[in-house]
Each structure stands twice: as structure tokens, then as C-alpha cells.
Unconditional design. Structure first.
Lengths: 43, 248
């Protein structure tokens, strides 16, 4: 399945996962802050 | 519901730090993807190295900072040190997960395998498992002071494993390549133009880490104030020793 991927596909996957992780963590922080400000449980 | 206060708003310097991290990340990505020359052996795949190595280094730094704040909590017992330790632990988990997944993405096209259970890779996987365990333990313990103490000890154990992880590529047979940048003074075995691009990407990941850390500490302080308000304290004081509050 993965043997036929080109070099630039792997490069895109490697950089894409870093960007995706950064964005997901930022969204997680925003959600946490919103829940605290709205008085919802945030444990 | 806690009222928004001036101190809980995002300060200007934090917004500027986030912008600086974004700009440097874009510059680093451009240099890595388009400006860096291909490698003699790995050809274009060397561009993955510029994403993989910085997150691995910053993951190690995040573990160290979380462990130091954990030690400070064990020493002083201030809730704010636990808030800071958790903020750095968040980054340690994020960057170490990226290290493992990015390493697999780098390994498959260059070494024709995603994973092998050699010392270096196993120690890195163990680091991720221990950091995940840090959060599981925090979820299981209700008493805030005990939760902070136990999780601080876990992060200190993770920190103690890092020298073995760092040296594993020299001590044991491993698929992981030998280090090109050595901290023991033996020099750098990397072309200068590649080293420059790598260091710019390390700086970019470092700024992203600082931004995430500062933002997470700000939100952690907000949660601490919220916990104080719910428990009936009139004036929250996150630096007071020995208070029983629930923070995430």
C-alpha cells in the first residue's frame, strides 16, 4: 500500500502532520478557554 | 461563571509571539521544501528531516522544563508550578507524538520499514507511553496536591530516561541514523547550507513551543482562578502554598 508513494507524497505527509497537530492543539486550547469562561466543567 | 479580567485576556506580547512563530514556521518550511539542496543519498526525502529533527529536540526540551517545574512544585508546593508543569507536559506529549509519527513517516521511504523495536525507537516509544501515563494518572487522582506530586515524579522519571534515549544511537545497533549535530563537542557532519535550514526550523519549532507554553499557562491560570472562585475564595492567589484547588 505504501510502497508506491512518491518522495513528495512522503514529504507532504511529514510536514502536513506537523501543521495538523499544531492546528488541533490550538483548537483544543481555544475550546478549553471557552469552557472555563462559560463556567462549564473543564477537568 | 467567572468574569473576564484584564489579567486573563491574551496580552499583546503573546499575540506577537504567536505571529512570530507563524512567520518563522512559514519561512522554515519554505527553506526546507524549496531552497534546501537535495541530499546525496536521500535526495528529496532529506526535506522530511527538517520537520522531524526540530520536533524531536523540542520534545526533549519540553520534558525537561515540565520536570523542572514538577521539581519546583515538590519543593514549594505552589499550584502555579503544577499549572506550568502541565503546560510543558502538553507540549512534551504533542512534540514527542510528532517525533514518533514523523519518524515513521521518514523511516518508511528511506529504510523501507515504519518501525523496529531497537533501543532508540523503543526508548522513544516508552517516553510517549510515560507521558500518556502522566495524563492517565492525573485523571485518576482527585486530590490536587497528591495529583501534582505524583505527576511531577512521573515527569522526572521521563527526564531521567532522556540521556539513554540520546545516547542509544551510539550505544546500541539501531536503524536510527547517527547524530549529525553532536553536543559533545565532536562537531557537525552536515553541509553548512543544510545546517542553516535545520537551525531555522529548530528556532521555528522553539517559538511555536514557547507560544503554546505561554498560552497554556495563561489558560491554566484562568482555570486556577475559576477553581478558587468556585471554592469560595474571594481573591484568587495562584502562588499561595498548599491550597486545595482543582485545576486541570
Amino acid at each position: 500500500m505504501f510502497d508506491n508513494l512518491g518522495h513528495w507524497t512522503w514529504i507532504t505527509l511529514a510536514w502536513g502532520q506537523v501543521v495538523l497537530a499544531y492546528v488541533i492543539y490550538l483548537l483544543y486550547l481555544r475550546r478549553m478557554e471557552r469552557r472555563i469562561r462559560e463556567g462549564e466543567p473543564h477537568e | 461563571m467567572i468574569q473576564s479580567t484584564q489579567s486573563s485576556k491574551r496580552p499583546l506580547w503573546l499575540t506577537l509571539l504567536g505571529l512570530a512563530a507563524l512567520v518563522l514556521t512559514l519561512v522554515g518550511a519554505y527553506l526546507a521544501l524549496f531552497a534546501s539542496p537535495p541530499d546525496v543519498n536521500q535526495r528529496e526525502l532529506i526535506r522530511i528531516m527538517y520537520a522531524h529533527v526540530p520536533v524531536a529536540w523540542i520534545g526533549f526540551v519540553a520534558v525537561g522544563i515540565s520536570a523542572i517545574w514538577g521539581m519546583l512544585y515538590l519543593w514549594r508546593g505552589r499550584p502555579i508550578d503544577d499549572v506550568r508543569a502541565v503546560a510543558a507536559a502538553d507540549a512534551a506529549l504533542l512534540f514527542s507524538l510528532l517525533t514518533v509519527i514523523g519518524g515513521m513517516t521518514y523511516s518508511k521511504p528511506t529504510l523501507n520499514t515504519f518501525w523496529t523495536w531497537d533501543a532508540k525507537l523503543t526508548l522513544t516509544a516508552l517516553m510517549v507511553v510515560l507521558i500518556v501515563g502522566y495524563y492517565i494518572v492525573r485523571g485518576l487522582i482527585d486530590e490536587p496536591q497528591r495529583r501534582a506530586r505524583v505527576s511531577a515524579v512521573i515527569m522526572i522519571i521521563v527526564l531521567a530516561s532522556l540521556p539513554f534515549n540520546y545516547l542509544a544511537a551510539e550505544w546500541f545497533r539501531t536503524l536510527h541514523p547517527a547524530k549529525s549535530v553532536n553536543l559533545d563537542g565532536s562537531g557537525v557532519s552536515m553541509a553548512p547550507e543544510m545546517l542553516r535550514v535545520l537551525l531555522i526550523n529548530v528556532a521555528a519549532a522553539g517559538l511555536v513551543f514557547l507560544y503554546f507554553l505561554s498560552e497554556r499557562i495563561r489558560i491554566g491560570k484562568l482555570a486556577l482562578s475559576d477553581a478558587h472562585a468556585r471554592s469560595g475564595f474571594e481573591k484568587p492567589s495562584p502562588t499561595t502554598t498548599g491550597e486545595v484547588v482543582r485545576v486541570r
